[in-house]
Design a protein around this ligand. Structure first.
Ligand code: NAP
Length: 487
């Protein structure tokens, strides 16, 4: 259902990459679909001295609209205003407040404010403090703050950041973005699990043999090298996206599809992550770095990367969620850059039949795959009879493509998340306690690695990671279902 919203957006980092690539197109889609009509305005702020006209041109370019949409683009962009502003300068907030008040009246917004912090987290505390002290938050409407990743670099820094924001904004008004939670196929995890008695009954350690999560990227570090060199794959992908997917896959059934109930169960799942000793980290986690191959340069040859960098660009691991339903089920995860293909996918492998009446024919394993990208689809491997005389079995696919029955294409994650935040629904944002438990889990791995002096493993660009990642599963008699390109 489309409900028109009234809001003033103040985007800190309005000239940045994220704003241009994701935020402006997402807002435009909400405008086209009627979530935003006349009663909204956007203030973009950053230091460089842009005019409103230039800003509106940047916004129009960011949208890439064609044909009939061009008319909408100009009307949409006319709601955008630019305010040159250094977030460290207290006086600048007065100018910002005046502009905010003026636009609030002009567009009859009624005091609803969305503060989007699309800049380095080191500024978040300062911005939150000034929004309050300089009275940019209003008493008339809501005041919500949307925060980008990374939320800290370990538990201690995340806690500090949380306190810096929490001093001025209550948890209910803090919307921490994990854009994977805005992806249609990630949201499908709960639909499949809790909308089908078939899967509800099977979704536990009695029937599931193992779970595999792959978030592979074919790109290297590109223009994010400076940040990535200080973060690495563990912090950049595992702490947030992968552990969020783990929580959705292993949480208990919530009492209702509501923010409070879902968050409660997700927090409980993340709290149940088994913490490893340093010896267990060594046994269960693999890290590696990409090296030159297939015409692509190695990580250490990338710009802004140290020649002797020990930052991992690949992580694989085996983890456990020790709750009632999942205790004993290995969850294999892997993520990395410069792998053979960009893919995000989840494979759920079910246990073998207790007896095989068709022996000596072998029964294929039942595997449910949720493909998040590049193509959103769900498929299930099942054993069926081959057509013809005799009785021969074959392993076949049951496929479901959510977009193939004429339904529209998937909305972009940022569009869905913006719509949720406008509606005040934080179900698909991460609660502080989720962040805290995730960091505590990741910190034990990071601490172990930081104390090791061994040489980092390497993997060739275009592969699916180092051999150690395959061995992690082979040791348990398994293999990665997804083998990269052409799989
Ligand atoms: P970016 O392109 O470097 O943009 C940073 C923005 O901050 C610019 O608009 C910059 O504009 C502004 N800025 C810097 N210092 C400022 C100051 N003192 N006062 C006011 N404005 C200041 O970064 P980004 O890629 O958009 O990323 C923004 C945030 O989103 C980061 O936390 C990043 O980790 C996160 N993120 C980004 C992506 C992505 O795809 N880009 C994805 C996930 C998360 P001026 O130079 O004009 O001041």
């Amino acid at each position: 259902m489309v409900t028109e919203q009234r809001a003033l957006f103040i985007i800190f980092g309005g000239t940045g990459d994220l704003a241009k690539r994701k935020l402006y197109p997402a807002l435009f889609n909400l405008y086209r679909k009627g979530f935003l009509k006349e009663n909204f305005a956007v203030i973009g702020t950053a230091r460089r001295p842009w005019t409103d006209e230039h800003f509106q041109e940047v916004v129009r370019d960011a949208i890439h609209a064609e044909g009939a949409l061009l008319k909408d683009t100009s009307r949409f962009a006319s709601h955008f205003y630019y305010q040159s502003h250094n977030v460290n300068d207290t006086e600048h907030y007065t100018t910002l407040r005046n502009l905010a008040e003026k636009l609030d009246q002009k567009y009859e917004i009624g005091g609803n404010r969305m503060f989007y912090l699309a800049m380095s987290p080191r500024f978040f505390g300062t911005i939150a403090k000034h929004l309050k002290s300089q009275k940019i938050v209003t008493a008339a409407g809501y005041n919500r703050v949307i925060i980008e990743k990374p939320f800290g670099r370990d538990f201690a820094s995340a806690e500090e950041l949380n306190e810096a924001i929490g001093r001025y904004f209550p948890e209910k008004d803090v919307f921490r973005i994990d854009h994977y939670l805005g992806k249609e196929m990630v949201q499908n995890i709960l639909a499949v699990r809790f909308g089908n008695n078939l899967f509800r009954a099977l979704w536990n350690n009695r029937y599931i043999d193992n779970i595999q999560i792959t978030l592979s990227e074919s790109l290297g570090v590109e223009e994010r090298a400076g940040y990535y060199e200080t973060a690495g794959a563990l912090r950049d992908m595992v702490q947030n996206h992968i552990l969020q997917i783990v929580s959705l896959l292993t949480m208990n059934m919530p009492a209702s599809y509501s923010e409070t109930d879902i968050r409660r169960e997700k927090i409980y799942a993340l709290k149940s992550l088994r913490k490893y000793t340093p010896e267990e980290v060594e046994k269960n986690f693999v890290r590696a770095q990409y090296k030159a191959a297939n015409g692509q340069r190695g990580y250490r040859e990338e710009e802004k990367i140290a020649d002797d960098s020990s930052t991992e660009t690949f992580v694989a691991g085996k983890l456990f969620v020790d709750n009632e339903n999942f205790s004993g089920v290995p969850i294999y995860i892997r993520t990395g850059k410069r792998l053979s293909q960009k893919t995000s996918r989840i494979d759920i492998a079910f246990k073998a039949m207790p007896t095989n009446i068709f022996a000596p024919q072998r029964l294929g394993q039942n595997v449910l795959t949720i493909n998040i990208e590049p193509e959103g689809k769900i498929f299930m491997q099942i054993n069926v009879k081959k057509i013809g005389q005799g009785f021969t079995l074959k392993n076949s696919h049951l496929d479901f493509f959510p977009t193939s029955n004429g339904e529209s294409t998937f909305p972009e994650a940022y569009e869905k998340l913006f719509a949720d935040a406008l509606a005040g629904d934080a179900t698909n944002f991460t609660h502080w306690e989720e962040v805290a438990h995730s960091w505590k889990f990741v910190d034990t791995i990071r601490d172990t690695w930081d104390k090791q002096n061994d040489v980092l493993e390497e993997y060739p660009c275009g592969s699916m990671g180092p051999q150690a990642s395959d061995k992690l599963l082979e040791r348990d008699g398994c293999k990665w279902f997804y083998q990269g390109k052409n799989n």
